[in-house]
Design a protein. Structure first.
Length: 97
């Protein structure tokens, strides 16, 4: 029984772009998350404040972080798909096969 990949794989010509995009998208998320940590570190009582729909700041901020991560993941995926399609279209037809 052969244990080989089900599909041929090769180097990803869009890997550099994907890495840079991932780093640039991580930076704003890290800043927003650092704000959450900083509030908890410096003035944790503020997290008890009711902000929206009866939820306190801690819960609302936490949900916001989760939603932000999901939205950023969708954006990252779309940009990567666009780049992969652009790279694929720019390659000579012999390499596409």
């Amino acid at each position: 029984m052969l244990h080989e990949p089900s599909a041929r794989s090769s180097s990803d010509p869009a890997a550099g772009y994907k890495m840079r995009l991932g780093v640039w998208m991580f930076i704003p998320y890290a800043v927003v998350y650092a704000g959450f940590v900083l509030i908890n570190l410096v003035k944790p009582v503020v997290m008890e404040t009711t902000v929206i729909f009866g939820l306190n700041l801690a819960v609302a901020y936490g949900f916001g972080l989760i939603i932000l991560a999901l939205v950023m993941a969708l954006i990252y995926n779309q940009f990567c798909v666009w780049k992969e399609h652009a790279v694929y279209r720019s390659r000579p037809s012999k390499e596409k096969e």
